[in-house]
Design a protein around this ligand. Structure first.
Ligand code: KIV
Ligand code: NA
Length: 275
């Protein structure tokens, strides 16, 4: 299993880090078997698994429930669990209570938090407590309401400079890794060069230390909108639906179950039963 030190070593040796989200036992198991370096139990599960239209309704309990399932599927892969909406804001006591519960109950290697500013204090507090923290800058889905939607971030010189400063602040506060979402590739390249910790991109070009994608996008599982920065590597949803249509048809036509699927009672037992 990778750890925070071997992930930094991958950065220094220019070995790309492949990260993928997973939300339950089978998805995490497939990710581990495929050789994924880091599994993220993202709060994107609110949208792709629970059917919400944003991530803000996801709770600490939801994340623990899915984090535990993913852990069972991927016992040997570096596992990161997202702290959900507002769970790392407010008093130090509240932040610590949520993070300690999530870290202990899921058995994850790290937790992830969105944003900088006051979140930098949370990164420092949790790191000092002994919980490795992954930072997340650029597009912050938990703040989509404030940002005015899911838009590319850091496009102006001022916004880009703020993001670079925020990234450095996250590293100084002790973050073990940084996710950059939906920013110009030139800015992602600059941040990646400026930091010692690994920088993982999603919609941030190819010059980051690694990439992360959402499981359901990568495999085209589910019928949601795919963002511009996604490449899908399988047509899982289509293949599953075709299988299910065939199942329904065979039940209705009586083709399934066939002889090989049934259990048999011996003749003598049948005689005793019916006389
Ligand atoms: O929740 C998630 O899936 C994420 C990734 C997009 C980085 O935070
Ligand atoms: Na997330």
């Amino acid at each position: 299993m990778k750890n925070t030190a071997s992930l930094i070593k991958m950065k220094t040796q220019n070995e790309k880090i492949a990260m993928l989200t997973a939300y339950d036992y089978p998805s995490a198991k497939l990710a581990e078997e495929a050789g994924v370096d880091v599994i993220l139990v993202g709060d994107s599960l609110g949208m792709v698994v629970l059917g919400y239209d944003s991530t803000v309704k996801v709770t600490v309990d939801d994340m623990i429930h899915h984090g535990k399932a993913a852990r069972r599927g991927a016992p040997d892969t570096f596992l990161v669990v997202d702290m959900p909406f507002a769970s790392f804001h407010g008093s130090a006591e509240r932040i610590l209570d949520n993070a300690v519960r999530m870290f202990q109950e899921t058995g994850a290697e790290a937790l992830k938090v969105e944003g900088a500013d006051d979140v930098v204090n949370a990164i420092e507090l949790l790191t000092r407590t002994g919980i490795p923290i992954v930072a997340h800058l650029g597009l912050l889905p938990q703040s989509a309401g404030v940002l005015g939607g899911y838009k590319v971030q850091g496009k102006t010189a001022d916004a880009a400079q703020k993001l670079i400063d925020d990234a450095l602040a996250c590293e100084v506060a002790g973050a073990c890794m940084l996710v950059l979402e939906c920013i110009p590739y030139q800015l992602a390249e600059k941040v990646t060069a400026a930091l010692t910790i690994p920088v993982i991109g999603i919609g941030a070009g190819s010059e980051t230390d690694g990439q992360v994608l959402v499981y359901h996008d990568t495999l085209k599982y589910g019928s949601h909108h795919l963002p511009k920065f996604v490449r899908s590597y399988a047509e899982t949803g289509e293949s599953m639906k075709n299988g299910l249509i065939q199942y329904v048809n065979e039940v209705k036509s009586g083709v399934f179950p066939a002889e090989e699927h049934r259990f048999t009672m011996k003749e003598e037992e049948l005689k005793q039963l019916y006389g």
